[in-house]
Every structure is written in C-alpha cells, then in structure tokens.
Ligand binder design. Structure first.
Ligand code: PBG
Length: 344
C-alpha cells in the first residue's frame, strides 16, 4: 500500500502547507461516505429462519425472546410481511412432538409431516419467496442427534445419509427450492445430489452447511425445538472450533459433491472462516448468525446496554464485509425494516 509522505505533525489544527495523507476527506459527509462505501447490506442478502409447530396458534419461544413458533397459517403471514420488506428466502425448522421422534427418525421423510405441509402452503401462497428446508435428523431423533445413534452411542454415518436422502427427496417433492444439509455426515451432499437428479429434481439446489462447528451458540435453538442431544455432544461430526484448515477440506469435498452454496456456521465468531471461504471458492458463501449470537445482542439491547438498531446492522454488515453473499439471521425481518426506513 502507498504510504503518505512522512511529515511532522502540525501542533495546531490550522491551515498548513505540509503534505499529509488525509483519509478523513472521504468521510466528511454522508454523501461522500456513501460514494466510497465498500459494502451495502440489503434485505435481499438476508435469509429469515422460522420455527414452526403443528398447533393452530403462534407461541413465544422462551429461549429466544422476540422469536415465535408459528402455526402454518401464522408462518405464511409472517413470510408475507418479510417479503414486502424485500426478504426473498426463508428457512423453516419444525418442532416435532415427542411421540413422533424415533431412533431412525422416520418422521423426517413423512410426506404428510409438518415441513411438507408448510412448504406446500408457502409455495401456494407466497410463491416468489424461496423456501429452504433443513436436512438433519435432530428434530425427529429420539436421541436428539443429527444422525442415527447405535446401541453403543456411535453416530452412524452411512445409515444416516440414507435417511437424509429420503428427507431431501420428501422436501423436494413438497416444493422446496433449496435443501440445506446441516448434519455434517460425510458424503451427504453427493448422495443427496444423486437422488434428487435421479428423481427429476435437477432444479432443487443444495446449500451445504460446509463448515459447521460444534458450537455452544446453538443452545437457544435447541431450546426452541426441544432438540438437544439426550446423551453426549456433537463433537464427532460437527467441527472442532480450533480448526480452520480442516474447513478447506470440507469445502473441496462439498464443491466436488455438487453443492450450489457453501455455508459457515456460526458467523460472528467465525469471520476468519467466511473470508477463507470467500478466497477459496467461486461458489456463493452463506454465513449463519446463530441463535446464541442473536440472543447475546437481543439480551444486551433489552437491558439497555446496547442500542438495538445499530448493533444489529453492524453485526450483519461485518458478516457481509468478511465475504458472505448470503446472511441467515433471526434479525432478518427487523433488519429489513430498519434498512427500508433508512432508504425511505
Ligand atoms: C440442526 C441445526 C442446528 C442449527 C441449525 N440446524 C442445531 C444443531 O446443530 O445443534 C443451529 C441454529 C442456531 O443455533 O441458530 N442440525
């Protein structure tokens, strides 16, 4: 980088003939700042994750203040409201009744299950909005794991991938635009691509949770779905927060297996990974600001310690600046409202 000439600093801030680099000139007014602005956050960048349940009314989620578990009709209305603000894609996560959970998570590919019903309603009533479904077994697993658990407590990879393929096909049949495997089993992206293509769903995209870390920041989400592991943790399949080179290996594999979009999760504490992905792939990069990140900002703002509107936008802009094309955030609707007000 070119450096300004070394000069002696003037003692007083009076007109001076000394040559001095003055980066502040590019910050002197809002219009100049806008001209030189490198990154703009847009409602169109955001994906809005939403929780659903079978009940016919909406419920506040205790572990995630400000978020709700929606009925299917409540979901459709919320997606409509988000769409008016410029949000073009939503992700849906089902809260599944205990009686439907099982070791092999059969409910995950029930064509009459909650997710197919919700996808169908959304595609019927707000067809312009892209629907992304989560591919993993945890909401349906009696063990609360993303995969099938053996009697000895092992998470079985290849058997799980077979179930995930059925789940992806079930969601594609219901009309999902994108399926998003969040389970971290090996080989699942390639297997899902193959079954979707075989069955004629060549247009259904795969957004892969490529570098998904075994993070404490998922706690509030598991509270929302009552999907926490009943035993053990997720360290044998989700990545070790200490590693980044290993994420490149996952990235190469997902590219080879046919992912359309690659994801880093969580986002805020993993911005180095977002940049690393941006530099190492031509695929679009998504980043997921997870429930714990949401909650930290929300809690600090509710207690008056931080100012919500600015903090939310700054947290999302930072993720964009790091290199994300797509940002998944529970603040999506709120952020889109603020962005529209600024524009308006
Ligand atoms: C399920 C899944 C999880 C999240 C997204 N999909 C939980 C987990 O892996 O334990 C976390 C999202 C969040 O915390 O906001 N596989």
């Amino acid at each position: 980088m070119k450096q300004g000439k070394k000069i002696k600093m003037p003692v007083k801030d009076t007109p001076s003939l000394d040559i001095c680099a003055r980066p502040r000139r590019n910050r002197k007014s809002r219009s100049i700042r806008n001209l030189v602005r490198e990154n703009w956050l847009l409602p169109e960048d955001l994906v809005y994750p939403l929780f659903i349940h079978v009940k016919d009314h909406d419920e506040e989620i205790e572990s995630m203040p400000g978020c709700r578990r929606w009925s299917v009709s409540g979901l459709v209305e919320e997606v409509r409201r988000a769409h008016v603000l410029g949000i073009g894609a939503v992700m849906i996560f089902p809260a599944v009744e205990d009686s439907l959970k099982s070791q092999f998570a059969e409910e995950s590919y029930n064509p009459r299950g909650l997710v197919p019903e919700a996808v169908d309603a959304l595609k019927e009533q707000v067809p312009e909005v892209s629907v992304i479904t989560d591919i993993a077994l945890d909401p349906y697993s009696s063990d609360g794991h993303d995969g099938v658990v053996s009697a000895s407590g092992e998470i079985l990879n290849d058997i799980t991938v077979e179930v995930l393929c059925k789940q992806a096909l079930c969601h594609a049949t219901a009309g999902a635009d994108i399926v998003a495997p969040s389970d971290m089993m090996d080989g699942r992206v390639g297997a899902i691509r193959e079954i979707l293509d075989e069955e004629g769903y060549t247009n259904v995209s795969i957004m892969s949770y490529t570098a998904k870390y075994a993070s404490s920041f998922y706690g509030p989400f598991r509270g929302a779905l009552d999907s926490a592991p009943r035993g053990g943790d997720k360290m044998t399949y989700q990545m070790d927060p200490a590693n980044s080179t290993e994420a490149l290996r996952e990235l190469i594999l997902d590219e080879e297996e046919g992912a359309d979009i690659v994801m880093v999760k969580p986002a805020g504490y993993y911005l180095d990974l977002v940049s690393l992905f941006r530099e190492n792939t031509d695929l679009p990069v998504a980043a997921y600001q997870v429930s714990g990140e949401y909650l930290m900002i929300k809690a600090a703002c509710e207690s008056g310690w931080l100012e919500e509107e600015k903090t939310v936008l700054e947290s999302l802009l930072s993720i964009k600046r790091a290199g994300a094309d797509i940002i998944i955030t529970y603040f999506a609707r709120k952020a889109a409202e603020i962005l529209n007000q600024i524009r308006g």
